[in-house]
Structures are given as C-alpha cells and as structure tokens.
Design a protein around this ligand. Sequence first.
Ligand code: HEM
Ligand SMILES: [Cu+2]
Length: 553
Amino acid sequence: MTNSPSIEITDAAKNSHSENQTSWRDYFGFNTDHKVIGIQYLVTAFIFFLIAGLLAMLIRGELLTPELNLVDRPFYNSLFTMHGTIMIFLWIIPSLSGLANYLVPLMIGARDMAFPRLNAIAFWIVPPAGLFLLSSFFLPGGSAQSGWWSYPPLSIQNSSGHLLNGQLFWIVTIILLGISSIMTAVNFVTTIVWMRAPGMTFFRMPIFVWTVLSAQLLQLFFLPSLTGGLILLLFDLTLGTSIFRPFQGGNPILYQHMFWFYSHPTVYVWALPAFGIFSEILPAFSRNPLFGYRSVAIASFGIAIVSAFVWVHHMFASGTPGWMRMLFMFTTMLVAVPTGVKVLAWTATLWKSKLHLETPMLFALGGVVMFLFAGITGVMLGAVPFDLHVNNTHFIVGHFHYIVYNTITMALFGAIYFWFPKITGRMYAEGWGKLHFWLTLIGANLTFFPMFPLGLQGMVRRISSYDPEYTQWNAIASLGAFLLGISILPFIANIIGSWLMGTTASNNPWRATGLEWTTTSPPPRENFAEIPTVTFPPYSYGQPQAWSVDSQE
Ligand code: HEM
Ligand SMILES: [Cu+2]
C-alpha cells in the first residue's frame, strides 16, 4: 500500500539515480534527493556561520576596550550589519531548512519531498546569493551599514553615494533568499499534508514535523510582506520614488510595519523547529513518551498564530499611539501561554526518569534552560515601560542572542549529534561532543549575560566605542566570545573525524521511536525498502514494536 503522490517522486528519482549509493560528487551538483539537499544546506549554512562568527569576533575585539582601536566607524557598521544578516538569512534559516529537508520525509514515511526539483532549485539559490552579499565588502564604500533591518531613511539617503551600492546588494540578496524560502515553504507544506505514509495521521506525526509545518506556514503567509517592502525600498533607492522618504511625503514607518510583520513571525520560523528538536531528544534520552503530546502539537500552531499579532512590540518607540502599544503589549504576553505549555511538557517528560546524558541530551537540556532566560527577558521587553527604558541598548542584544545562540544554535548542535549516526552511519566521539557542549555553555553565558547589566546601565547597541564605566562587563563578554569561537573547534574536528573514521552506527543507536530509526543508517536512496504502515502513536516507549515494518536492528 502506497499513497498516490509518491508516484511523481519515484519518477524524479529514476531520472537522477538508479542505484542506492550516494557518492561525494552528488553533493556538488544538482541532486533531487532530499537527504543530499539536506546535507548541502547544512554544510553551506555552517560555512556562513563560521564567516558571520568571524565578523562577531571582530565586533567583540573592537568592544574589548572602550576606545576605537581596531576598525573605523563605517566598517564597524558593516560588521554588525553583515554579522546579523548572515547569521539570520544564511545560518539559522538554511540550517533549519536543511535539517527539516533531511528528516521530514523520513519521519512521515515518504520517499522524498513533494517537489524534488523545486527543492534543489531553492537550495541552489542560496550559495550564489550568499557569495553575492559577501562580495559587497569589496565595493567602494563597503557593504550595507544600516543594520539587519535596513530602516529608511538611513538605508536610502544619498549622503555619500557609496553607502548605497552595498545597500543595493543587500536588498537584492534578501529578495533572492526570500524567493528560495517561499519555494521551500510550498514544498514542506505540500509534503507534510499529502505525503504521509498510511496510518500516519496528523496526531501521529512527531512534534518536529508539527513544528516544521507551523513554521513553514508562517513563511508562506508572512514572507511576502518583507519581500514586498524590500521591492518598494529598492524603488526608493534606485528609481527615486518617495514611498518611504519622509521629506518628500513618504512614510518610513510603513517600512517598519512591512519589515516586522514578517520579521517577528520569522523568529518563530527559527524557534519552532528548535522546540521540535527538544521534543524529539528529551523523550529519547529519558526513555519516556513525550508528556501531553497533543497539547504540544497544538501549542505549536498556537505559538504560530499568536506570533502573527505581536509585531508592533518592535515599534514601541516609533511614535506608536498609546492604545496600539497596550494592545500589542497584551498579545505579546499571550505568547507565554502556548510556550509555557511546551516548557511544562518537557519538564514533565523528564520528571522522575533516569536521564541518559549523552551529548544530544546535554545540548537539549542546556537549550531548554537557556530558553528560560530568553523567554523571561522577552516577557520583560513586552512590557511597554520596560521596553522604552532599554530600547536600543545591549539588553536587546542580550535577549535575542539567548534565543538565537543559547537556544536555537544549541538545539541545532544537539540535533546534529542526535541524527549524526543516522545521516552518516557512524558514531561521533562522545568526549569531544561533551567538551564542545561545556565550552559552548560557558562561552555563551559569558558572552551574552553581561549584555543585560550593560543595557540596564544604558549602553546602546551598534556603537564601536563607549564610556569607560562599561569596560568590565564588555571585557568579560569579549573573552567569552573568544571562548565561544574556540568551542567550535572540537565540533569541527569531531564531525569531520567521525564521518571519516568513526565506529559504525546501528540503525537505532538511541533506541528512539521515530520512523527514521527503522531504516538503515544512512537510509537508502528512497528511504524505505517498503513504505511502512503506522499503527502506533509517536513516542511509544515501553510499547511493542511501533511500526509494522521489520526492525532491522
Ligand atoms: C558567534 C557568537 C556571536 C557573538 C559573539 C555575537 C555578538 C554580537 C554582538 C556583540 C552584536 C552587537 C553589535 C552592536 O550592536 O554593535 C551582535 C548583533 C547581532 N547578532 Fe550576534 N553574535 C553571535 C551569534 C549570533 C547568531 C547565532 C545570530 C543568529 C541569528 C546573531 C544575530 C545577530 C543580529 C541579528 C544582530 C543585530 C545586528 C544589528 O544590530 O543590525 N548573532 N552580535
Ligand atoms: Cu518580535
């Protein structure tokens, strides 16, 4: 018994490959296998992560001491703009697309994504777009310098002329990456709705699949707002229109709405899959079913829906009228409800169980605890009076790095260790993994915690020199950042070394319950010898064989 849409896939697969083995050459070409594309995304994104990380080291190097001594001011502006842009659009988003690409078809019992060629096209937009953005460093006048939001009028005013070449490159890059992301979103939503194996009802899907579905629906609905805003910005920049130009009757606040209407929901495009990762790893390493599975699944949609109505909390200080501030303060606080459901479910899953503290579990536990800091400071920022006090200070930078590094990047590392045996057929080295975890946890807190007191004391963000009173906390943050830089080395050594010569992994080394663990490690070209029929709910630890396929272990 197979479901009908998989016929198209089998065709696509036949065109590109007939045998089951993937060779290293496949990774450098146009390949339609979702697993190859998943790895292409992950490796590409990781390279951009290293580049943006180097830019962060330069930023923290400059901020090590109060004086301006490493770079000049325009280049500092380039640094934080490119760091933020690359980290978001070329690390977080593509790495999560890569992970979801690899896992979702396996988890729902499909042979590939719904549109394999579209999938490959979407990927192949990313590396050239990223290189195009990087090349803007070498333009006369350098890269874009107006921050990752590119607010007008700063991003379009023609004071030096040069500034704008970099800005042009920036806008074109983000439009291209947006087109790629829309293709990806169409593909995931179609795949999850139509390609599930027999018996894989919505409420038997692993939570990771739920979170990908809700995140990709957000992409589909809200990304057009950013792309539209950027096209209008491009008009103002190149054609001399005045849509956002305040002195010629344009409205710069309109851009802020178009930007944040997407860019708040996008925070959940990153965070939801991270929650999905926690929801896979915590049950596997406590050998417990996920507590409150249905509530967690529904909460993913709850978070997605509420997150669509909070964007004005980024504009509390933009002359927003009082009633609107109150309204969006309320909706912002509301996000804590479905999020709280998840945190409670994770805690209850761990309750009174024996924890197996291998590297993926350490990263998941660390990520959940760090998320508490991120979430609590987020609710604090949702309160208008508090936000107005710390607006545009390092408190904000601290808050969102607890999300993007300490929660999401930690979750991604946990996911890579967790599924490494499945992806490569080999085990990683546990000792190196643990070293990576502890260096990350210590480094990340040393780097980002000092930003809270600094912000409360009034140190604004996006400045390259500061008053001597801020020296101590900044020195700690910079040393922490260098430690964080070092923490990546054991990771790289482990991944490359283990991939080449790690011990062979069994099909299900963690005794986890997802469908992906029932096939071989690595899985064959079309994932399953025979499409499985699902008869059990997910996370059925302590139950008999959950799937009606032969267990190969
Ligand atoms: C490698 C560790 C990292 C360090 C040491 C670091 C450090 C910093 C610092 C110091 C700033 C503030 C610059 C300023 O305001 O003058 C900053 C800004 C920023 N970072 Fe990071 N960061 C790291 C990782 C990340 C990650 C993983 C993301 C993921 C999305 C990210 C996204 C951003 C964004 C969006 C900005 C704002 C840029 C702007 O103001 O336009 N960072 N980072
Ligand atoms: Cu927001």
